[in-house]
Design a protein around this ligand. Sequence first.
Ligand code: 6PG
Length: 258
Amino acid sequence: MSHHPPNPPVIHSFASSEVIVSSLAAFVVKAQKEAIDKKGRFTIALSGGSLPKQLNGLVGNPAVKWDMWQVFYADERVVPLTDPDSNHLLCSNELFNKVPIPKENIHTIDVTLLDDLEELSDAYEKELIKEFAQKDAARFPVFDLILLGMGPDGHTASLFPGHDLLAEEDRWVAYLDDSPKPPPKRITFTYPVINHASRVAFVAAGAGKADILKAVLDRPEEGLPASRVRPVFPGQLFWFVDEAAAAKLEVTSDEFKL
Ligand SMILES: O=C(O)[C@H](O)[C@@H](O)[C@H](O)[C@H](O)COP(=O)(O)O
């Protein structure tokens, strides 16, 4: 593994959350193009919250090669895929049902295993191994893009402050049954997966995110879950934020305004 220090985060700050949508679409399309040119496929992981809605700029976008996408969930609630808590249902309603992506390119949890968290998270890890290990012969999967949100407590995916899973170094996918935010049973990518991606991008909008964004970016030594996302070199970390969320920041790395 490279001993080069991680690239510094690139912070894209926009006048409003509406502008994030078009800018994020352009960013995803660029990541997709680079990946397809290099490897003939695009591996992306999504999470829940307001993120799927922010991907609206991909709907009807002729530059998106949906049949080349392989989609995974950075975290998922352990519920049926028809349950209102399901991240897959949310992403389907907000995005996948509106675009021509082949169903088999979307990797969901195995709902026959809902009663056995360990089996279910192992099965999801095997899905990742099938996609990555055989093709890339790597110790960790290298996603082309992982898109994340950040909760008001600084959590990301289902990696919560102070949780044992923050220290997981081996497993690719882990489970928890004690999420402080309901529903309690979830699976989540671990840092070894998140931090080996080519690109990770957070999306955070609104004044409600200002204090926690400041803590995550200006005081990374506090070790909040979102601060621990630092992809290994040459991976890159991006933040797409609006001015309300960025209002209290001191860091100014590569900011730009539209
Ligand atoms: O895990 C969960 O229960 C939520 O999905 C959560 O992770 C959410 O994504 C963040 O709190 C960010 O939420 P917003 O993107 O809506 O601000």
